[in-house]
Structure formats: structure tokens, C-alpha cells
Design a binder for this molecule. Sequence first.
Ligand code: E4P
Length: 215
Amino acid sequence: MKFFVDSAVIEDIKKAKALGLADGVTTNPTLIRRSGQDFQDAITEIANLVKGPVLAEPVSETVKDIVKEGKILASWAPNVVVKIPLTHAGLEATHILKHENIETALTLVFSSAQALLAAKAGAKYICPFVGRLDDIDTPGMELIADIMQIYDNYPELDTEVIVASVRTPGHITESAALGADGVTAPLKVIEQMVRHPLTDIGIEKFLKDWNASGQ
Ligand code: E4P
């Protein structure tokens, strides 16, 4: 299972990498803004730091412009993947870029219908947003189950499902149980996965007993 870091903050990515949890990185315009870095500088630095895919999102809205901007982003580093919002134009641009051997990830995926179209257009990855669905009282993980079922029915659809908009450790373990190819999570959620109160209590007891043993 792939763990992507959902951040453009270099320190966050380094911390996840130290845990072996930076198989790739996802960014979006909001995350770039939050990092306070220049877009190209951030993407090239991240692409040097991690071996895996680094998803960078064009802000263009027409087919011609998405393709043009996508080619520029892809030229920044060999592991940059063009992350395109799932619109009619985005699907057409994905189809064109696929034939130019440029990898794409379709983002802002909120339905299994969109996921099916993304795979047919030739996207290497899709990013379905579970947290934003939960926010509107629609179970995000049900979408992942539906997508996995559809993709499993057709082995020729080789698009990888990277579960996005992850807000809780449960989103990650449920994604794993459903066989999603990966997740993209903020460092905060990864750190929440590490801790368990019984681990802390256990360590405290072991140390107390060790000190009492006089060794
Ligand atoms: C990643 O690809 C997405 O841009 C990100 O997971 C969105 O997360 P959010 O819904 O918490 O903004």
C-alpha cells in the first residue's frame, strides 16, 4: 500500500520519509499557498527529496491550456505527475497527455461514475476525496468500496486509487481493508496512527518495573 504525503511543506515530507511513509507526495494550489513557497521551487525540491510520484496541479481550465500547462509541470522533474481536476476538459486533456506519455492523476473525484471515466481516459491515478464527502454527510468510504469493486471487475482498468482528503486514521485503515492502492494523508493523521494509550501505559509500566529491578 502506498503512502503519499498530502503536503507541500518540506519538513512534513522529511518527517514522513524518515518513517518510510513518503512513497509519493500530493500537492494542490491550497497546499502550495499554505507552504508559502514558489510553486516551481516547491515541486522541484519535493521531487528531489522523494523517489516516487509528485503530483502537481495545473490551474488552467481549457483542454489546450491544461495540456500546455501539464507539459510544463511535467518538465520540472521526471517524477512529476500532472494532477487534473475531473471535468470534461480535464478528461480530454488526460487522454491527450496519456498519448504523449505524460502521467496524470485525476483529482476532485466524488463519484464512481467519475472514477470509471478517469480510468477510461487513461489516468495513472485517481484521488477520490473521502473527507469532503463525509463533510456533507455522505459516507466517503462507500465511494472507495464502489470504485474498488468497479476496477476489480475490469482488470484492464489499471488506474491506481489513491484515497485523498483523508482526515482520520480510520480513513487509512478502511482504505487498506478495501484494497486501495494507496492513501494521501497529512502528517498530522500519520502521527495520530502512531499512538495508542495502551502503548504509553505499557511503556510506563515496563520502565517502572525495570527501575525497580535494580539492574
Ligand atoms: C490530495 O490530493 C487532495 O488535494 C487533498 O487530499 C485534499 O484534502 P482536503 O479535503 O483535506 O483539502
